[in-house]
Design a binder for this molecule. Structure first.
Ligand code: AMP
Ligand code: MN
Ligand code: MN
Ligand code: MN
Length: 292
């Protein structure tokens, strides 16, 4: 890292360390996303698409051009006691062979699952669902249930994306397909192999009580996890304080991210991402590096 970047890290900046582009289920291209970050006065942005780093080089190039710091990232899907757990990798070498191998395996599983969801949706009357879903992301991008929620909404299936998701894509929904992701240990390992920091994404979004959340965090830490998100757009202050306490208790770094996919009510890039004072922000760790 050059001196200018080192110095930049000393100053308070606006960080958004969890975002999506159309390399997965986000709306904007990586370049549009970084430009939007500039508009929103987000100074440091991590692109963390689902199970792909396809958009990272484009984000870095745009960051260089317009003066936005870009952190290389990814959001890996994994399983823990049948729960779908998302692990964000930050400051990764996105070309690392081990990480790429993990991603390639994951891509195969993702394509298979997307085809199966598409077949189920066909049976519900949505013609060419898989082909249409493909058109919603960049070529070779990751199709997620979020992509299908957008498609169903566009097709007028329900009044909101949430309702499309609940009726068709959530557990018990008409087109639900159980994922076959690896355990959290494999996802953490892939991130570590790539020299990155493994961060437990949106801990309050998993359908589990605090006792189970603690068990998850214990395992995550044991298996080499580095941080947890303590601040996200939809989190209230009580959740943030609670997660910040957990980050201190388990000696995990604190991250923040909007999980931005597109502009929605109350969800915007860099919006309401303060970290409670007691927690240690992840950017103070010496392994935290900006790419641009
Ligand atoms: P997947 O990783 O394929 O299981 O899909 C997870 C993605 O679905 C998340 O990253 C969100 O983008 C999206 N998603 C989750 N819940 C909802 C919801 N209620 N409405 C719309 N999209 C959602
Ligand atoms: Mn998503
Ligand atoms: Mn997620
Ligand atoms: Mn996400």
């Amino acid at each position: 890292m050059d001196d200018e970047l080192k110095q930049a890290l000393m100053w308070p900046m606006n960080y958004d360390l969890h975002t999506h582009s159309n390399a997965s289920d986000g709306e904007y291209s990586p370049s549009e996303l970084v430009k939007y970050a500039k508009d929103r006065k987000v100074e440091v942005i991590a692109l963390t698409d689902h199970d792909t780093c396809m958009g990272v080089d484009e984000a870095i190039a745009t960051g260089k051009e317009i003066g936005v710091h870009v952190v290389t990232g990814v959001e890996l899907s994994s399983l823990w006691h049948s729960n779908q757990i998302h692990i964000v990798g930050l400051c990764i070498d996105h070309k690392n062979v081990c990480l790429q191998e993990f991603i390639n395996k994951q891509t195969e599983k993702r394509v298979q699952r997307a085809i199966e969801i598409g077949e189920k949706l066909e049976k519900c009357g949505f013609k060419n669902a898989y082909e249409k879903a493909k058109l919603l992301c960049a070529e070779g991008g990751t199709i997620t249930r979020g992509t299908y929620a957008t498609l169903l909404y566009n097709e007028g299936a329900e009044m909101t994306q949430d309702r499309c998701f609940a009726k068709y894509l959530a557990k018990g929904g008409k087109a639900y397909v159980k994922p076959k992701w690896d355990g959290i240990d494999c996802a953490i390992e892939a991130i570590k192999q790539a020299g990155g920091l493994a961060v437990l994404a949106h801990p309050k979004c998993y359908d589990m009580n605090n006792k189970w959340l603690r068990k998850l965090i214990t395992d995550f830490k044991k298996q080499g996890g580095d941080g947890i998100e303590v601040s996200g757009v939809m989190m209230n202050q009580t959740d943030r304080d609670f997660l910040a306490s957990l980050s201190c208790e388990y000696e995990l770094l604190a991250s923040c991210g909007s999980d931005f996919h597109r502009i929605r009510n109350f969800v915007d890039l860099g919006f309401r991402l303060t970290i409670p004072e007691k927690a240690k922000p992840i950017w103070y760790d010496s392994r935290f590096r900006l790419k641009v």
